[in-house]
Design a binder for this molecule. Structure first.
Ligand code: FEO
Length: 396
């Protein structure tokens, strides 16, 4: 499948309707994804990025029907991760001498992945590649989100090929931002930002400011996943600037796991107390054992505070909560408050463990949390409601 975009630019990628897990088991993709590859047919022909390895053979076969592969002058690898470079081995078998443009880190990554000594042409920010009357301008974007990442900009058509930035795991045959369901689109955008780009927020702000300072008109943003931004391109750029600036809404998210419902009862009573004292705040409760971890992380990203609970098991927390806390450390949330709770039968360390991990993850832990022995009795239930009322103030 190929799709004409603008001028001499076509989309020649792959829609992956079946994808439900990405990065191994690390990222849930409820709506599938796309691997976007772009063909620019000017006096010189450039191919920007490819597709994930399982689709390599079909991708190269389709591309060969679209254009004589020998007519491709330049291969551009904006990013070496396998979902975009995965078809390079198949392609380069067919055109082994064609130059591959990428960053110096891209050369290292591509060699590391494929152990091939292709005709690499490392580029730096500001380097230009003439396609005839139009040019590609390269902009390095290290750690957005890999060391090798870069953007390419096509003059004349004013297209920014941003690779992962501004993307979403969202399969749609409609392919353009203005044609798809807007709520679905933005839900996938914020999930992508929260789970992938959040640790690099300071770099996101700097890079956007750097690109804006070039004063280049941007009529279209061609990302490497999901839909192409062809209307109101400034919308997603402004949204990224907001998300990068310690984003939060008036929301508190409670996340827990439970063995015999004691910690679940605590969660619901703490939430009731918060609601009583602060009826305006949006409260969301998630039993992590029954919820999608990436969706929960997205809700944490949207929150001004989190309250995390686990019963004590073997002097620590349930593995679901342990895994979430570990992931939260890596995601580098900023300016968010937190508290901990949990039920226990004898030793009761879970609350301390959660509070310690939340502190290590950069959250401001507002107090020592609350514990409840065995299944909460009426007194313990009242204590949880009272604790929720207190938290409503502490978590402001
Ligand atoms: Fe879509 Fe970083 O790969």
């Amino acid at each position: 499948m190929a799709l004409a975009l603008k001028g001499s630019v076509s989309w020649v990628g792959k829609i992956d309707w079946e994808l439900r897990k990405f990065h191994g088991d690390e990222y849930s993709t409820h709506r599938g994804s796309t691997y976007n590859s772009y063909l620019i047919e000017e006096e010189k022909v450039a191919l920007i990025d490819t597709v994930w390895a399982p689709f390599a053979r079909g991708y190269v076969a389709d591309l060969a029907k679209r254009i004589d592969l020998a007519k491709i002058d330049y291969v551009i690898a904006n990013h070496a991760e396998i979902d975009h470079s995965g078809a390079l081995p198949e392609l380069m078998e067919r055109i082994p001498d064609k130059p591959v443009y990428c960053t110096a880190n891209g050369v290292k990554s591509l060699k590391g992945h494929y152990h091939k000594d292709w005709n690499f042409r490392p580029v730096k920010t500001g380097d230009r590649l003439s396609l005839g009357t139009k040019e590609l301008i390269f902009v390095e974007a290290p750690m957005l989100h890999w060391p090798d990442s870069m953007f390419s900009y096509l003059t004349g058509d004013n297209i920014l090929f941003s690779n992962d930035a501004f993307g979403q795991h969202y399969a749609s045959e409609l392919m353009f931002n203005d044609l798809v369901d807007q709520a679905e689109l933005m839900a996938e955008c914020i999930k992508y930002y929260a789970n992938i780009l959040n640790p690099f927020s300071e770099l996101v702000t700097k890079k956007i400011q750097e690109v804006l300072a070039f004063n280049l008109p941007v009529d279209m943003i061609c990302t490497s996943h999901g839909v192409i931004w062809r209307t109101n391109t400034v919308q997603i750029v402004q949204q990224y600037l907001k998300w990068a600036d310690a984003y939060q809404e008036d929301q508190i998210t409670l996340v827990y796991d439970t063995m015999w419902n004691g910690t679940r009862v605590m969660a619901e009573k703490i939430a009731a107390g918060i609601h009583e004292a602060d009826p305006q705040v949006t409260l969301k409760l998630y039993n992590l054992a029954k919820s999608d971890r990436n969706d929960v992380i997205t809700e944490i990203f949207r929150s001004r505070a989190v309250v995390i609970g686990s019963p004590t098991i073997n002097r620590t927390v349930l593995t679901s909560i342990a895994g979430l806390l570990e992931e939260m450390k890596g995601l580098k949330f900023r300016k968010k408050k937190a508290a901990a709770f949990g039920s226990y039968g004898w030793s009761g360390e879970s609350v301390k463990v959660i509070a310690g991990q939340l502190g290590a993850a950069g959250f401001t832990v507002v107090d020592d949390g609350i514990r409840s022995l065995w299944n909460p009795d009426s007194q313990a239930v009242d204590a949880c409601v009272a604790y929720g009322k207190k938290l409503a103030g502490l978590l402001k």
